[in-house]
Design a protein around this ligand. Structure first.
Ligand code: TRP
Length: 331
């Protein structure tokens, strides 16, 4: 690899049916990095087991997440697409980094606090050290840029703190990663409670539009989306529901907020919701058809995983031998 080449790394958990929030805020942007960047996109199944999973479903979603990466435009010939548990160095480095991560730091992570409130019966050590595994994912590949949603910014900052601490003790070992948080589609909100992030694990089916929803489901959910008591399609304070629908519409059509306001001037919310639904259906159509083709060819997906894991392992090994040597391990 060319030393001047920038490295991009990101990961998506196979822990739920992905939403348009995952698509617009993350996966779609992965495809925008230029070809002269070394790009690793990982399905982070080790992270997924921090909450209880049904094994058959985890396996299916792992295939699905990989298929979605490809369906969203990531060419496996040009990107390293792989499954985290197939490259054991992730777990190995995570253990080592755990010894350079403080209890207090992990205790302050808001995602840990949220998830432990949500899964009060299963506050396991993996949930607590989740950010260290994420740091390992990133640092293993000497990553420069990490495209993530805004909710992962705190984990990125911790990753940087861990890297700086390690580097200060052992000398330059890890590249300092930068988060890349794209402005558009950064935060798609729930359709039912537009002050909350659209979450793939939301139990209310009307709150979430999934990448694989049928056109009928998408139209129905858009029509039911919570708005406000006004009638004007306008971006503004106190209009969280409309603001969110406008953001979604903007992401799918490329129109600006002003253009959208003009387009719907004097028309009601009903018309606007229909247009939003149609834009989503049209935008997802090619992704869905490509996805269906890929899921019908498991052998191909397995081949992609195998090739991706071998490529990732090659780069991971270089970092690991450096780390092992510095820590005082033999061989
Ligand atoms: N924690 C991330 C999320 O829930 C997923 C993730 C795991 C990740 N490892 C990563 C993202 C490394 C970026 C880089 O969205």
């Amino acid at each position: 690899m060319n030393r001047d080449m920038k490295t991009v790394f990101s990961g998506v958990q196979p822990s739920g049916n992905l939403t348009i929030g995952n698509y617009l805020g993350a996966i779609r942007n992965f495809a925008t990095f230029p070809e002269d960047y070394k790009r690793f996109y990982c399905v982070v199944d080790l992270h997924a087991i921090t909450v209880r999973q049904v094994p058959a479903e985890l396996r299916r979603r792992t295939y699905e997440t990989l298929a979605l990466y490809i369906a969203c435009g990531l060419d496996p010939e040009k990107n390293t697409l792989f499954v985290q548990s197939q490259v054991p160095a992730h777990a190995e480095l995570a253990w080592m980094l755990n010894c350079y991560t403080m209890f207090g730091e992990l205790s302050r992570m808001t995602q840990f606090k949220d998830k432990s409130a949500k899964h009060a019966d299963n506050i396991n050590a993996g949930l607590f050290t989740y950010p260290t595994l994420m740091a390992a994912d990133i640092l293993l590949y000497q990553t420069d840029i990490v495209p993530v949603g805004i909710d992962q910014k705190q984990h990125l900052e911790l990753t940087r703190d861990i890297a700086a601490r390690f580097n200060s003790v052992y000398g330059d070992t890890f590249t300092m990663p930068e988060p890349y948080i794209p402005e558009t589609g950064m935060k798609i909100m729930s359709l039912a409670e537009p002050t909350q992030k659209m979450s793939k694990s939301d139990p209310n089916p009307n709150a979430v539009i999934r990448i694989l929803d049928t056109p009928e489901e998408i139209m129905k959910k858009c029509k039911r989306a919570v708005t406000d008591s006004e009638t004007e399609v306008r971006y503004g304070e106190g209009k969280d529901g409309i603001n969110n629908l406008m953001s979604i519409y903007r992401c799918f059509t490329g129109k600006t907020f002003e253009e959208i306001e003009r387009e719907f001037a004097g028309r009601g919310y009903g018309d606007f919701k229909t247009a939003v639904g149609e834009a989503i259906v049209e935008g997802l159509r090619p992704v869905q058809s490509e996805f269906a083709k890929l899921m019908a060819d498991k052998a191909y997906l397995e081949e992609v995983m195998k090739k991706g894991a071998a490529d990732a392992a090659y780069f991971a090994r270089r970092t690991m031998s450096k780390v092992r040597r510095k820590l005082g391990f033999i061989g």
